[in-house]
Ligand binder design. Structure first.
Ligand SMILES: [Zn+2]
Length: 168
């Protein structure tokens, strides 16, 4: 029942996030204007700069466009922060601590190093899929978008209390 998506490096961020689990990415792909507007209001990112096609794409949401790690890795010619001599630097530590959906960044960096980003990508598609219907859900999908099952995926299950704190 798992969702089959071909590994795509565009959707694997330098810092170790899986773009498919990001609400901005999925709302952009679905052209969900209402949701994009809601996210723009909440994040104070201008609507014209909200759309995102993934970390390594040409169209990035303003927040990710200005990402320190992305620029830094580009300058150093590395693909992932975990390859860097300075890892984990103060920039990624600070970034990781700011939002609960970044709870597993360290684990992801380790795993990418261990098995490569393609296999990690496959693990993530499974990890973020609904146990009931197989639909891919995001970091904050406490309920499956398709069938309503709770939680929407194992990531939510494993980080539930932390994730809920983002809405307090
Ligand atoms: Zn479901």
């Amino acid at each position: 029942m798992e969702t089959k998506i071909k590994p795509d490096k565009t959707l694997v961020s330098v810092c170790g996030l899986f773009c498919y689990s990001c609400g901005i990415y999925t709302a952009t792909q679905a052209n969900d204007i209402v949701n994009l507007q809601r996210i723009a209001d909440r994040t104070k990112i201008p609507f014209a700069e909200i759309k995102c096609n993934g970390c390594r794409s040409e169209t990035l949401t303003a927040y990710c466009k200005n990402c320190y790690m992305r620029k830094c890795a580009g300058e150093k010619g590395i693909d992932f922060c975990g390859e860097c001599e300075e890892y984990p630097c103060s920039h990624i530590k600070d970034f990781q601590s700011r939002m609960p959906h970044r709870a597993e960044l360290w684990k992801s960096q380790e795993r990418i190093k261990e098995i490569g980003w393609e296999k990690w990508f496959n693990e993530m598609t499974e990890y973020f899929s609904c146990a009931e219907c197989g639909a891919l859900n995001g970091w904050y999908d406490f309920k499956c978008r398709k069938c309503g099952n709770m939680p929407g995926n194992d990531f939510v299950k494993n980080n539930l209390e932390q994730l809920k704190s983002a809405f307090n």
